[in-house]
Design a protein around this ligand. Sequence first.
Ligand code: PGA
Length: 244
Amino acid sequence: MAGNWKMYKTPAETTQFFEKFRPLVEQSEHCEIVICPPFTSLAAAVDAAKGSRIRVGAQNVGWAKEGAFTGEISGLMLQAVGATHAIIGHSERRQYFCETDETVLKRAQAAIEFGLTPIVCVGERLEHRESGNTEAVLAAQCEKGIAGLTEQQFAKIVIAYEPVWAIGTGKTATPEMAADAHRTIRAQVRQKFGKDAADAVRILYGGSVKPDNAKILMAQPEIDGVLVGGASLDPVSFASIVNF
Ligand code: PGA
């Protein structure tokens, strides 16, 4: 169960969140919990999560270890601050910051090199779905993005299916729609990495996941977890999703 805070919360707000959130998920041993704050709040989150099962992830990762890349943060730096995960290829990065399947692949490789678990996002836009191209778009994103990983690298990633039209819009994909898309992604994985890899990879659903729809989404065997934006900002609401 992963929370993507996007560009919200200062270090002080992060500490306040964890004070409320930690006791609410102390008994939640059925899943892994990851919170992804902005870079500047990572240290506060790692500190506040110490001694708990909550892990902390970044929202992006540079593809080089270090170098002349103004504005980038490397896997080495994330590892040093105590992050364990990194979201890669979120649709907002693709849409506003020119992220491509090629850079997604490079970032995923770099994350793995520094021991981070990449949460690689894929998902179709509304016009793709309306024109019947959802499968083709997902297949292309898998083909150009994750298929470039080695088998050993692939075993380390988590995939997040996030239909762009469902993000921050209040329009959730129906559980059946989400499960269908997850099957398409798993089929792509099977083709490239084989059945065992396809069975083992965890695929999260993201897009307007809220406390009142988490349970029906999680009831789909195809859906292994969720990536939550807006509803992860409030400790009570995210805890109730975690404890669906
Ligand atoms: P949302 O965002 O839950 O606010 O729709 C999900 C995401 O962008 O990961």
